[in-house]
Write a protein that binds this ligand. Sequence first.
Ligand code: UDP
Length: 237
Amino acid sequence: MKPAYTRVLLKVSGQSLAGAQGFGIDTAQIHRTAQEIVEVAEHGVEIAIVCGGGNIIRGINASAEGISRAAADYMGMLASIMNALALQDALEKCGARTRVMSAIEVKQVAEPHIRRRAVRHLEKGRVVIFAAGTGNPFFTTDTGGALRAMEIGAQILLKGTRVDGVYDSDPEKVPDARRYDQVSYKDFLALNLGVMDSTAIALCQDNKLPIMVFDMSVPGNVLKVVCGETIGTLVSA
Ligand code: UDP
C-alpha cells in the first residue's frame, strides 16, 4: 500500500483507548492503537496524534454533575495528558520514537507545545503526541486536533471514532441512519451532524483542511485511510 499523504494528524478519542469497559485506559486497546500508528510511521508518513480525555473526564458531563465548567474542562485536559503518556509508553514499546507536547505546562512529563519544535520532531521521524487540547476551557480535543493539524501543515485530519463515518442521525440509536461518503463543511454545520463539534468543523472550513471520519476499532483502518482508501466519510469543501 502506498501512502497518499506525507504528514497527517490523527485524533484519537479517549473512548478508543478505553476498550470494552467504556472508561479508563485499557492496556490491550492502547497497545493495538499504538501498533496502528507505528504501521503508518513505518510507511514513511509523518504522524502526529491528538489524544482526547473523554474516557476519564469530559467537561460538559462533569459540569452537569455540579463541577464548574472551567474547572471540569481543565480536569479533562489533564486527563488527555494521562492518555498521551499511556500512548507514548505503548508506542515506544512498539519501537517508535515519540515526543509528548502539552498545551498545559507539565515540564516533568512533557515538552511544552512549541510549533516549530513539533515540526522538527516530525521531520526527524518522531511521532508527536499533542496533549491538553488547545489549553483552553470550553473547547474540545477535536478543536485541538484541527488547530494542531493546521499548525504543523498536516494534509488531512483523521478523526478515529467507533463508527464508520458521519450519519444523518446517531447510528447507535437509529437503526436506519444513513451514512455519508462525503459531506461538505457547510452541510455538516447546517444539518448539525454529530461526531465532531461545530467549532472544529468551522476551523477546518475556514482553513480548507479536509477531515476523514472513520472507524478506528477495525484493525488496519488507520493505514488504509492514510493510503487514501475511502473507508469513512470525507468532510471537505
Ligand atoms: N478540553 C478543554 N479544552 C480543550 C480540549 C479539551 O477544555 O482544548 C476538556 C473538555 O472538558 C473535554 C475534555 O477536555 O470534554 C476531554 O476532551 P474530549 O471530550 O475532547 O475528549 P474525547 O471525546 O476525544 O475523548
